[in-house]
Design a protein around this ligand. Structure first.
Ligand code: KG4
Ligand code: ZN
Length: 343
């Protein structure tokens, strides 16, 4: 079976082809021009998706050696994300599926991330603990099987990636600043500034707005004293902030490892590209004797390979969808049961 996956929920247009279970292409086109605005401009994002999607499809088919009429299944992200951006990929995918007379599967972007570990040679084993850390979401989940996902906790304010990007902005870095925080942190002292870690009612929930405010106060106080942030101070702030974020994530993950008898642990989403976080989760998993699955960097950020994989699984599980499925901006209330109304 040849599966075509399309992702366009934010500022990456991506097209992937899976042929007989093997990933043949996973092309990602990032809209770097948003950097000059300090964040993603939805209207510009939609237009850029529209411009690139057809040439990207042609390139992906060429790379995979599969022709369009050999495609048996078309999948695309339906949400959550930017509506205009989602509609480009979703409408394109529906049009393709209709013209090819093949089934179409809408995929929840976060589910794409949750199962992205299956793109690796060493796959997660059910039940597994999944820590989703992206620009829009922070979730700690118990993934029992393909269709049973229990939410243990989530962020009550900012997502981890959002916190990285906002702190990066305070330090004068371009959007998205997560990777630059990591780079500056390498040269800084993580123990130089003590930033707070939130304690919450639900022990598995996260909160990063207090940490973000603490960084802002610190930056303002340094600027008041010296006028500017020098490179050394930026490195120390980045290192101390990153340490606080990782500690917060580790504390909750450890609690869950103690309470739930899981076989593996998977760290996914854009922030899963963060090297010290990958190392910390790996160490934690090893200490608990769990299999640790963290996708390669090309499957951490937004990509169509994870969408194609999840769409293919839903199809194999027997879910069928009509063409009137539409895009959704937010995570549905009954997100993890969002396939109940399939045909
Ligand atoms: O999953 P993703 O590509 O998009 C969403 O679905 O949100 O995640 C993007 C986020 C951005 O906030 C970006 O700054 C962050 O991932 N990120 C990182 C790193 N690489 C990307 N954060 C920390 N360290 C990194 N190395
Ligand atoms: Zn994402």
């Amino acid at each position: 079976m040849n599966v075509l996956g399309i992702e366009s929920s934010c500022d990456e247009t991506s097209i992937a082809v899976i042929s007989n279970g093997e990933l043949k292409a996973n092309l990602i086109s990032s809209q770097d021009f948003h950097a000059e605005y300090g964040g993603v401009i939805p209207e510009l994002s939609s237009r850029a998706h529209l411009q690139i999607i057809l040439p990207l499809l042609k390139k992906a088919l060429k790379e995979s050696g599969i022709s369009l009429n050999q495609i048996d299944l078309v999948t695309a992200t339906a949400g959550p994300g930017l509506i205009g951006a989602l509609l480009v990929g979703l409408s394109f995918a529906k049009g393709l599926a209709y013209s090819l007379n093949v089934p179409f599967v809408p995929v929840n972007h976060i589910e794409g991330h949750i199962f992205s570990g299956f793109l690796m040679k060493e796959k997660p084993e059910f039940p597994y603990l999944c820590l989703v850390v992206s620009g829009g979401h922070t979730l700690l989940l118990l993934v029992k099987n393909d269709s049973e996902i229990i939410k243990l906790g989530s962020t009550i304010d900012d997502a981890v990636g959002e916190a990285f990007d906002k702190v990066a902005k305070m330090l004068g870095f371009e959007y998205p600043g997560g990777p630059l925080i990591q780079r500056y942190a390498e040269k800084g002292n993580p123990d130089s500034i003590k930033f707070p870690i939130a304690k919450l009612k639900n022990k598995y929930d996260f909160s990063f707005s207090g940490l973000k405010t603490a960084v802002l106060r610190y930056v303002e106080s340094v600027k008041k004293e010296t006028g500017e942030l020098n490179e050394e101070t930026k490195c120390n702030i980045a290192a101390s902030f990153q340490k606080a974020i990782i500690e917060a994530l580790l504390i909750k993950t450890k609690l869950a490892l103690v309470e739930f008898d899981v076989k593996s642990i998977s760290l996914v989403g854009g922030v899963a590209a963060n090297k010290p976080l990958r190392e910390s989760i790996t160490q934690l998993g090893n200490a608990f004797d769990k299999k640790v699955v963290i996708p390669d960097l090309s499957y951490c950020g937004d990509n169509a390979a994870m969408i194609a994989y999840r769409g293919m699984r839903l199809h194999q599980l027997g879910y069928k969808f009509s063409f009137d499925v539409t895009a959704y901006a937010r995570m549905p209330e009954r997100f993890f049961k969002s396939y109940e109304n399939s045909l």
